[in-house]
Design a protein around this ligand. Structure first.
Ligand code: 13P
Length: 253
């Protein structure tokens, strides 16, 4: 049984005071929902304040990134150990990091190793660009990101993969549920090729890309999809709570 997991990736939105307010607005609704792992991924600067706010809550925190070195002269970077004091999860290899900050599968791989070493659960993002999709190379790209990004990694059941096709992020044009499910299956098969089949079965796969309260149900009922990585809609308290509620209800059914 895979426990569904919904994570709200706030990206570079909300100051510390706005972040505190947003979590205060969501928390009563979130606390009523069982059977779904709930994760909030705010900018680094808000993690400490939110950790305090969430200290008696089951809501978990994730960082949106980390650096793979333990410490040292890496101005502007944040180490795995620093993140571990505040978070249970960390997003690694988001397509925005790949596109704007030059992150490669090799760097993603180093970060995944570094996160696991300190006991952080990575949410590893994969997904093809529109160009690759139109060339008929979506499967090849995603299988390659899994193979190279997870090379040599001792996979565990707490790890999460987010399938986020780049063309669906922030565009209002989500993947079709059929396609998202098919790609999630491909991801599971790619994992089976590099690990024990039981692990491939147990790893949770999220869909991400223009997920809203209006379309979450179509994704969450699909067999291979265990949750969502939500961007824009996670910045609206009522909508994020609705996404969690629908996930809890539909996955229980
Ligand atoms: P949107 O939900 O805004 O499309 O963003 C998806 C995403 O990139 C989550 O990591």
């Amino acid at each position: 049984m895979r426990i569904p997991i919904i994570a709200g990736n706030w990206k570079m939105n909300a100051t510390v005071s706005e972040a505190v307010q947003l979590v205060r607005d969501m928390l009563p609704g979130m606390e009523k929902i069982d059977g779904v792992e709930k994760v909030i991924c705010p900018p680094f600067v808000s993690l400490w304040a939110l950790k305090d706010l969430l200290k008696n809550s089951v809501v978990k925190l994730a960082a949106q990134n980390l650096y793979y070195q333990e410490k040292g002269a890496y101005t502007g970077e944040v180490s795995p150990g620093m993140v571990r004091e505040l978070c249970d999860y960390v997003i690694i290899g988001h397509s925005e990091r790949r596109a704007y900050f030059g992150e490669t599968d090799e760097l993603v791989n180093r970060k995944v190793h570094a996160a696991l070493k300190v006991g952080l659960n990575p949410i590893v993002c994969v997904g093809e660009t529109l160009e690759k999709r139109e060339q008929g190379k979506a499967e090849e790209v995603v299988a390659g990101q899994i193979k190279n990004g997870l090379a040599g990694v001792e996979l565990g059941p707490t790890m999460v993969i987010a399938y986020e096709p780049v063309w669906a992020i922030g565009t209002g044009r989500a993947a079709t549920p059929d396609d998202a499910n098919r790609m999630a299956k491909l991801i599971r098969e790619s994992i089976a090729a590099i690990s024990a089949p039981a692990l491939a079965r147990d790893i949770r796969i999220q869909y991400g890309g223009s997920v809203t309260a209006s379309n979450i149900a179509e994704f969450i009922v699909r067999k291979e999809i265990d949750g969502a990585l939500v961007g824009g809609a996670s910045l609206k308290a009522a909508e994020f709570v609705s996404i969690l509620e629908q996930t809890a209800r539909l996955k229980k059914a």
